[in-house]
Write a protein that binds this ligand. Structure first.
Ligand code: TRP
Length: 332
């Protein structure tokens, strides 16, 4: 699926990465970085701007995102890791692509439509509070994808439409100007795991039910002990597939370990406290080493800056080439 391909993914710096992000997006990309010919991974700070005006938060979250990929062992021999805003060709291409993007396409974007629906429900003007950054978000994302001639874009279900828009935009550009842009393919990574949060709903920043990946050992334990369970006694058999504890465990453990814990759930005789302890030990063992690496990087942001600067320099080589061919196709 990824062999021989150029793969690209962007992550918005809008919150401290949590276990849901790790299992659903970060680990699939880390694994893919060993398979793909080349992987572009960038911190999509320009994409945060339509919603976030807190400069310090964007800066800190950007370091956290970059440090997370580095700590989890992304294959840096084949990965270009950079900050989106270090590539001036991104907004340049985005602005050129506006001319081949139908306005109607943007009207159909899920995020924009959701914002309009919300306003309409409240009886407000449909476009109240919606800025052009939100409205043109998919064009900026198309520029990200098309600039580096990406073949595949691993994304979650929620971002699939955006990659399809990038395909449409590349298609209409190529139809008018000739075969210049590589038409990308969205890929939902088969090994992406969706995990519940502390309250059993999907783990999400907006539900405030999440476990930050690199929180310290003591807090990790505290959060795991806070997972909501039903009121079954230790003796009673339990349904693992209905348990948040088991759902998180299975994303970290080996097949044999998963089978063992499943049996303990089904047999009865294990209380939720004991199951939580088993979960804590597993998660902690998996994250101990990356946590040390992460903490080192976060306290040495200059090291992250150097890596991101080298990544940007490399990414810009490809970006300049694409921008140049687009400009000469459009203006001669
Ligand atoms: N929109 C993506 C998100 O919200 C982030 C993103 C920006 C992205 N540019 C991208 C993802 C290009 C994939 C490819 O998560």
């Amino acid at each position: 699926m990824f062999e021989g391909k150029v793969s690209l993914t962007g992550i918005k710096p809008t919150g401290t990465p949590h276990l849901g992000n790790l299992l659903g997006a970060i680990m699939p990309v880390v694994k893919m970085s060993n398979l793909a010919k080349k992987t572009y991974v960038f911190v999509a700070d320009l994409h945060a701007l339509n919603a976030v005006k807190d400069i310090k938060a964007i800066k800190e979250n950007s370091y956290e995102v970059a440090a997370t990929y580095l700590a989890m062992g992304i294959n840096m021999e084949k990965t270009v890791l950079f900050r989106q805003s270090d590539i001036p060709e991104v907004p340049q291409l985005s602005s050129l692509l506006m001319n081949v993007t139908p306005k109607g396409l943007m009207n159909r974007a899920h995020a924009y439509k959701a914002a309009v629906d919300k306003n309409t429900e409240k009886g407000e003007d449909p476009d109240a509070g919606i800025n052009m950054g939100l409205y043109t978000y998919p064009i900026l994302m198309a520029a990200d994808i098309l600039l580096y001639k990406s073949d595949v874009v691993p994304v979650g279900q929620d971002q699939k439409q955006h990659v399809e828009f990038a395909r449409d935009i590349a298609g209409s550009f190529n139809y008018i100007y000739g075969d210049i842009l590589t038409v990308p393919e969205p890929v939902i990574p088969p090994d992406a795991a969706s995990v519940p949060g502390l309250d059993g709903r999907k783990m999400s920043k907006s539900y405030n039910n999440y476990i930050p990946i690199f929180t310290d050992e003591k807090n990790l334990k505290k959060l795991i002990m806070r997972i909501i369970t039903d009121s079954k006694t230790p003796e009673e058999p339990k349904d693992p597939d209905d348990s948040t504890i088991f759902q998180i465990y299975r994303a970290f453990a080996s097949d044999a370990e998963i089978a063992e814990l499943r049996a303990k759930f089904e047999k009865g005789g294990m209380g939720y406290g004991e199951a939580k302890q088993i979960l804590f030990e597993k998660v902690n063992a998996c994250l101990k080493e990356p946590r040390e690496k992460y903490n080192h990087l976060i306290s040495h942001p200059k090291e992250i800056d150097e890596i991101l600067a080298a990544g940007a320099a490399e990414a810009r080589v490809e970006a300049k080439k694409t921008l140049q061919s687009v400009l000469s196709a459009m203006l001669g």
